[in-house]
Design a protein around this ligand. Sequence first.
Ligand SMILES: [Zn+2]
Length: 494
Amino acid sequence: MVYDGSGNPPVQTDVAINKNKIVKVGDLSSAKAKRVIDASGLAVAPGFIDLHAHLDPLLNLPSAESAIRQGVTTSLGGPDGSSPWPIGSYLDKADSIGMTMNVAFLVGHNTIRRNIMKLENRAPTDEELTAMKAQVEQGMKDGAYGISTGLKYLPGAFSKVDEVIALSKVASQYNGIYTSHLREEGIGLLEAVYEAIEIGREANIPIVLTHHKAIGTKMWGGSVKTLAMVDSARKLGIDVMMDQYPYNASYTGIGVLIPSWSMAGGTPEFKKRLDNPVLRDSIKRGIVHNILYDRGGADLNRVQFALVEWKKDLEGRTLHDWLVERNMETSVENGAELVIEAQLNGGASCVYFAMDDADVERIMKHPQTMIASDGRLVEPGDGHPHPRWYGTFPRVLGVYSREKKVIPLEVAIQKMTMMPADRLGLKERGRLKENTFADIVVFNPETVADKSTFQNPHQYPVGIDFVMVNGVLAVDAGEFVDARSGVVLRKGKQ
Ligand SMILES: [Zn+2]
């Protein structure tokens, strides 16, 4: 059954590939081929395009097995305001190593702000803004597909909307997109969505609200309002879309629980502020607030350590567990103390169980929502990652489409293929038709499933039998092949 990526129901037919292109879709019963794959009973779809990928380990993991085995054939790196720099030489290096999936990148606002202003909590001078604009321009000329922000993270949190608009205008001149990890995803979510829409309108740039969600019990149900905001913005002609991963827990550094003002200037300044009893009290109150009303989910059991370089035995355990180990009372205040301690030890990555399934499903159903993993390339055994790193795409197909019937299969595929391809301006990918690149995934719609869990994350999905990148198989009859047939995509250059 061939799904073309458009959201139309599938058609039972044949697909012919020659070199890196799809050359025929139709009846090929009398044709001959060097190799024939019998896809009876299987779904044949365009390869999935991941609009939010943490590709940082790419040069060490060019095989990208954790993505490929989900059916992903193209990934967009540089999300959340954080990108390689300079982008041009990074892309050249990726080219010389050889990639198994296609990769593309965004320019990261936080990366550029840090280049020019370090971790300073203030607006840029005219000179600094000019220098940042020049770097955005350089990144776009080097082939970036747009600009990403991470306004919750440092140093993006120190920027005001005017700065982001000015930089996004530069990306817009090169037909880039604006994708944003919003300033807030808990209390403050609505204002943050408004800000992103305002940036898109003022800079005249297509918007993606990335990993869209409502964090913290107080905001549960908030997606009713955010989706209405998206709808009314679109009615006004503002081009706003979203992407989403299919889980009710998020994953990020433990510093997300700490007020950003307290970390301005970096760790030495953070330490100095902690030495001041009044400031320390304010910092702690901020963390308590975030545990109660934001990513902490109002329960120390909802913050689970994932990657802890300085205390490996914490990985997979929670803030609550750590207090018990220390024989400390399991109060939110004590939890806040350990958050400070963890940050001073060098930080940690954590999983935060602070979302409601009703919001996850509501967002998924929205016609402007795409699927993206927010996953980091990973190898089995490396830390205790969020299962989305291994399971995002098969989970949508298996759990949300087949089991929960939240969206039909052809719509799920559209959200993974043609929609993100169009967002990036990739007219020859993300669709299964003649004369497009042969990025193809073949899976069993009855059995496709994610296997990675929060308890046992290092597990590849099942039911994805073939993955082809530019006409070469990277998964062949369920076996991974490090094919290196991917290309480094540079906007405007191919
Ligand atoms: Zn993010």
